[in-house]
Write a protein that binds this ligand. Structure first.
Ligand SMILES: C[S@@+](CC[C@H](N)C(=O)[O-])C[C@H]1O[C@@H](n2cnc3c(N)ncnc32)[C@H](O)[C@@H]1O
Length: 167
């Protein structure tokens, strides 16, 4: 069951106005992605991160469970290759192996991460990129037979490398 705390229209409007768009992280993602056909921004909210992907991919789809957030995303002007779908992160409306980049900005901590990671693995093409962008790593990841500690250690390592690349 998805956590529904982003539903109000006023909340969605304020979010669109005040959310900081992470341009430099998108630049980093370009370096980590090898094919640029389809990118999916899961838990896209009002679409600030979604539209940043548009110059680099043939098609970009933002997905979210909140109709109010998606309404705001649609009201905000989007490039023609960007579209939005209402769906849970754990049930993405894409064929297996169809997606080049699955991204979630400040959203994965709300997901059922065990189901989301399995779903991301299903839709990503072999060698595709999963990018979980977050303010903190104050949550656990769980995937298949891989231990939580191993996955979180990998994320911590990425954070350290990224912070180092900024300094
Ligand atoms: C903090 S907002 C981040 C929005 C956007 N990614 C950004 O960076 O501005 C989290 C978003 O995740 C969505 N969300 C939460 N749980 C979800 C789920 N299980 N499936 C899809 N979206 C979800 C919420 O509706 C909300 O729009």
């Amino acid at each position: 069951m998805a956590v529904r705390v982003f539903e109000g229209k006023d909340h969605a409007a304020a979010y669109l106005q005040y959310r900081i768009a992470p341009d430099e992280l998108i630049t980093l993602l370009q370096r980590l992605t090898h094919q640029f056909n389809l990118a999916v921004d899961v838990g896209c909210g009002s679409g600030q991160g979604t539209i940043l992907l548009a110059p680099y991919f043939t098609k970009v789809v933002g997905t979210d469970v909140s109709p109010a957030q998606l309404e705001m995303a649609l009201a905000n002007s989007s490039p023609p290759n960007v579209s939005y779908r209402e769906c849970p992160a754990e049930e993405l409306p894409f064929a297996s192996g169809e997606v080049d980049l699955v991204m979630a900005i400040a959203a994965a901590h709300w997901f059922d991460r065990k189901r989301f990671l399995l779903e991301a693995d299903r839709v990503l093409r072999p060698g595709g990129c999963l990018a979980l962008l977050s303010y903190t790593m104050d949550f656990e990841l769980e995937y298949g037979g891989v231990s939580n500690t191993a996955l979180n250690d990998i994320c911590e390592e990425c954070i350290v490398v990224y912070n180092h690349s900024l300094s």
